[in-house]
Design a protein around this ligand. Structure first.
Ligand SMILES: NC(=O)c1ccc[n+]([C@@H]2O[C@H](COP(=O)([O-])OP(=O)(O)OC[C@H]3O[C@@H](n4cnc5c(N)ncnc54)[C@H](OP(=O)(O)O)[C@@H]3O)[C@@H](O)[C@H]2O)c1
Length: 418
C-alpha cells in the first residue's frame, strides 16, 4: 500500500538528521526504517511536525530548525493495532492440552496476588518470528502499572476493562529456540536480550514468540541471563533520553532518584559521556552511587537538594518524585530538565519552548534496538554494570511484584524462568 507524498523524508531522532528516503514511502519501507524514523510532513520557517506509524507504535515529533533540536517527541503504542505485539503473548488455550510451559498469568487488573503461575502451550512462531526460551526478565515499575491497570489512561493501550495480555513482562534475556522461515537476523541457539515497550509483551513466561523486528539484540557474552535482564527496561529509558539530550563531556547533571533502575542507568550512562554527576538518593546507597561513578551524592532525606550551589546543564528526575518547578533554580540558563513521570511535563515542554532558555523535554521512547545495542556495547567494554537488588524464581513472581510496588527497590528485580 502506498503512502505517497513527494515531501516525505525520514528523520532520525537519535542522530537528529534528516534524509530523503524516496518520493514514495510504502508500508515495506516502514518495516525497514527504525521507529525513530518519522515522516516529516508539514514545515514552517522554524517548526517541523512529523508523524509516524510503525507496527503498533505511532507518534508525533516537533522539531525546531533554528535550534536544530527535537522539542517534543511523543510515541504511543496501541493495543488496538492489527500488527500489535499482543500476538506475542503466551496463550492459555483451554481446548488444547498444555505442554507444561510456565507463564505468569492473570485475567484481571489487580494487586500482585492476581498473578498466578500456570502451564500454557508453547507459542508457535509465525514466519517472521523467533521463539525465545526466556531465562530471566526484570519485574519493573512498568510491569507493576500494567498489572494493576493504574494509572487509568494507560488502559487505553493495555485493555479498558480487562488486560489484553494474559502475561506480564516487558523485557527478557534468553536463547533463540527456533525461527520462522522468513527470519534472517537471528539463528537458533543464539543468546539474545530485548525489550518490547512499556505496555509489555508477556515475557514473564518460559517461552516467547516475537517478531525479529521487535526489540531484540544479541546478549553480551560476558554476562549471565540474570545480569542481562538487569540491563534492559531501566537502562533503555535512560539511554533513549540521553541519546536525545546529547550531554557533552564536562557538563554537569543531577540525577534525582539515582538508585532506581532508571536512575542507576542514568548515572552510568552520563559518566560514559564524561559528565559530572550529582546523585540524589538515600545516604545508605552512597557507596553504590560512587561505585557507579557519581561525583557527588546528596541525601534527599536529610538535605534539601534544591539548595545545592552547583548549577546543572541537565536535571533528570528518574523516579518522578520531584518537579521542574522545584529544580528550575538549579538549572543553567540553557539547562534541560526531563522526568520519568508527570504528564504536567508535557505542558512545561511546550511552555519552556515558547518562553525562556531553560527547557523541559518530554521524551518518548524511541529506537529500542539502537539503544539496546548501545547498552550492549558498554556492557562489553565494562562501562555499564547491571545493578541487581533481588532475584525470584517465577513461582514467586507475586512476591517480586509486591516488592517492586513498594517503590523501594534498588536497581533491578529479576525473575528467573528455569
Ligand atoms: N515514562 C515512562 O515511560 C516510564 C517507564 C518506566 C518507569 N517509569 C517511572 O519511572 C519511575 C522510576 O522507575 P524505576 O524503575 O527506576 O524506579 P524504582 O527502581 O522503583 O526506583 C525506586 C528508587 O527510588 C528511590 N526513591 C523512592 N522514593 C524517592 C523519593 N521520594 N525521592 C528520591 N528517591 C526516591 C528509592 O531509593 P532510595 O532508597 O535512595 O530512596 C528507590 O531505590 C517510576 O515512577 C516509574 O513509574 C516511567
Amino acid at each position: 500500500m502506498a503512502r505517497s507524498s513527494p515531501t516525505y523524508q525520514a528523520f532520525d531522532a537519535r542522530k537528529q538528521e534528516r534524509r530523503v528516503v524516496r518520493d514514495t514511502v510504502r508500508e515495506d519501507d516502514l518495516d525497514a526504517v527504525n521507529v525513530t524514523d518519522v515522516m516529516i510532513r508539514s514545515t514552517s520557517d522554524d517548526l517541523q511536525i512529523g508523524f509516524f506509524a510503525h507496527g503498533d507504535a505511532a507518534g508525533a515529533i516537533l522539531y525546531s530548525k533554528k535550534r536544530r533540536r527535537v522539542i517534543l517527541n511523543i510515541v504511543v503504542v496501541s493495543s488496538l493495532s492489527r500488527t500489535s505485539s499482543r500476538r506475542w503473548a503466551p496463550r492459555i488455550d483451554h481446548n488444547q492440552t498444555s505442554d507444561g510451559v510456565k507463564a505468569a498469568v492473570r485475567s484481571r487488573y489487580g494487586p500482585p496476588a492476581v498473578l498466578t503461575v500456570q502451564e500454557v502451550t508453547t507459542p508457535a512462531p509465525k514466519d517472521d518470528e523467533v521463539l525465545i526460551r526466556v531465562h530471566a526478565a526484570s519485574v519493573n515499575r512498568s510491569d507493576y502499572h500494567v498489572l494493576t491497570g493504574s494509572p487509568w489512561p494507560m488502559r487505553c493501550f493495555t485493555g479498558l476493562i480487562r488486560p489484553t495480555l494474559a502475561s506480564t513482562g516487558t523485557d527478557f534475556a534468553g536463547r533463540i529456540e527456533s525461527t520462522g522461515p522468513k527470519v534472517s537476523k537471528f539463528k537458533a541457539g543464539e543468546n539474545v536480550m530485548g525489550f518490547g515497550g512499556v505496555f509489555g509483551i508477556g515475557s514473564h513466561a518460559q517461552y516467547l514468540a516475537l517478531s525479529e523486528r521487535g526489540g531484540i539484540v544479541p546478549m553480551p557474552a560476558s554476562i549471565t541471563y540474570v545480569q542481562a535482564a538487569a540491563c534492559l527496561e531501566g537502562a533503555y529509558y535512560a539511554a533513549t533520553a540521553l541519546t536525545q539530550v546529547k550531554p557533552r563531556a564536562g557538563q554537569k547533571a543531577l540525577v534525582y532518584g539515582a538508585t532506581g533502575a532508571i536512575g542507576s542507568a542514568y548515572v552510568q550512562l552520563l559518566k560514559c559521556s564524561d559528565v559530572y554527576v550529582t546523585a540524589v538518593c538515600a545516604d545508605e546507597h552512597r557507596h553504590l552511587m560512587m561505585s557507579l561513578g557519581a561525583d557527588k551524592v546528596v541525601d534527599y532525606r536529610t538535605q534539601d537538594f534544591t539548595r545545592d550551589t552547583e548549577r546543572y546543564d541537565l536535571i533528570v528526575d528518574a523516579v518522578g518524585k520531584t518537579s521542574y518547578v522545584a529544580c528550575r533554580k538549579l538549572m543553567q540558563n540553557d539547562g534541560v530538565y526531563t522526568s520519568s513521570g508527570g504528564f504536567e511535563n508535557l505542558f512545561f515542554a511546550v511552555a519552556t519552548w515558547l518562553v525562556g532558555r531553560k527547557r523541559v523535554l518530554f521524551i518518548g521512547p524511541t529506537d529500542i534496538v539502537g539503544n539496546l545495542m548501545l547498552i550492549k556495547d558498554l556492557v562489553e567494554q565494562g562501562r555499564f554494570k547491571p545493578v541487581i537488588d533481588r532475584q525470584y524464581p517465577i513461582e514467586k513472581i507475586s512476591e517480586a511484584f509486591a516488592y517492586v510496588g513498594t517503590g523501594e527497590k534498588i536497581g533491578n528485580v529479576i525473575v528467573t524462568m528455569d
